[in-house]
Design a protein around this ligand. Structure first.
Ligand code: FAQ
Length: 317
């Protein structure tokens, strides 16, 4: 293929994107588009899987059977989300083992938010309300991404995240209306999870090396700052309605734009966390590696079953 052919193909590809067409796995795409999607989707899949750990920590200590059932269902949903997105990533020609190998070796990124500890039951409320709430805002936009398998996975995932958000908010509302100690527990959880949840949207657009390209190719529909602002505007009234306050002395409402304006985000903390030095990075990787090692017998059994099944089919044929 000559460089001129390539230019023609890129132009045709970009025209399809501009017309709002969906790109499917067998369609031609620039190598850079494929690479960006593998990067973003694999990080997303890893986040869903690592994201089971902070809540998994409280499954055996849920305060009632009803709370335990809901939390268990939520954590299982996150495993499913990881699987849909790994499947979507595989349509781009990468092997899931390779991606999981990168996660286990500590060379892959996953969302910064999952490197914070879950200290009390109220953290289950804060995660559902804030972390799933942030995920919904981000993923509702991704449900219109130009790459079909990713967009379709997001539609189903967002429906499930809605249930997660409600169960988290209901935990926070219950604690907020409870004894002084329960209310203090909810407030403490909000204090610890508020700023990390704002960091989930990634760096400010001016410091986001990938955003311009992803917006041009309509993988992202909106920039990191716009989505973060939307989440802030949705969340402040929700917290206020259940009697909680946000840990930000500079927070104020701008009557002209209608936006809630926060104080500055501590980007130094964000960079520490995404470079592997957050409060729980080492524990999360160790837990994933342990789970992977302990699951070896399941993979071996599945492979043995598949080999046996293939041999039986061959004989029958
Ligand atoms: N954490 O140029 P940008 C969930 C990295 S939801 C870690 O702006 P991009 C549900 C970024 O990768 C959570 N790293 O990057 C759940 C890049 O590094 P690279 C997962 C981050 O891609 C709830 C560098 O910084 N959701 O799991 C973060 O354009 C409860 C420069 O950044 C998704 O992954 C971060 N927060 O925009 C599960 C959504 N932010 O790769 C369990 C899909 C940025 O160049 C329990 N992803 N970085 O080395 C996205 O929408 C985008 O990838 C962004 C980042 C917005 C996260």
């Amino acid at each position: 293929m000559t460089p001129a052919d390539d230019t023609t193909r890129i132009q045709a590809f970009e025209s399809r994107i501009a017309r709002g067409e969906t790109i499917e796995p067998k369609d031609w795409m620039p190598e850079r588009y494929r690479k960006q999607l593998v990067r973003m989707m694999s990080q997303h899949a890893h986040s869903e899987v690592v994201g089971m750990l902070p809540e998994g920590n409280w499954l055996t200590r849920a305060p009632s059977l009803r709370r335990k059932i809901s939390l268990l269902a939520k954590v299982q949903d996150e495993a499913g989300h990881g699987l849909y997105i790994y499947c979507g990533t595989e349509t781009l020609g990468v092997d899931r083992d390779e991606l999981i190998g990168q996660l286990l070796a500590g060379t892959a990124k996953y969302s910064s938010i999952f490197n914070y500890p879950t200290l009390t039951w109220a953290d289950m409320g804060a995660i559902g309300w804030l972390v799933d709430g942030a995920a919904i805002v981000n993923q509702t936009a991704l449900a219109k991404a130009s790459f079909g398998p990713y967009a379709r996975a997001m539609i189903r995932i967002c429906k499930e995240e809605n249930f997660h958000k409600r169960q988290g908010y209901e935990i926070m509302a219950t604690l907020g209306a409870g004894t002084p100690a329960q209310k203090a527990m909810a407030q403490d959880a909000l204090n610890r999870w508020w700023w990390p949840s704002l960091m989930m949207f990634g760096p400010s657009d001016k410091d986001s090396p990938n955003s311009a390209e992803l917006l041009r190719w309509k993988v992202k529909q909106k920039g990191n700052d716009e989505l973060r602002q939307r989440f802030i505007n949705l969340t402040i009234p929700q917290g206020t309605a259940i009697g909680l306050t946000f840990p930000d002395p500079l927070l104020h409402h701008d009557a002209e734009t209608g936006d809630w304006i926060t104080g500055p985000i501590d980007w130094a903390e964000f960079h520490q966390v995404i470079s592997g030095n957050g409060p729980m990075n080492r524990e999360r990787l160790a837990a994933r590696n342990q789970a992977h090692d302990e699951g070896a017998w399941v993979r071996e059994a599945a492979e043995a079953y598949a080999a046996k099944h293939a041999a039986t089919s061959r004989e029958a044929a």
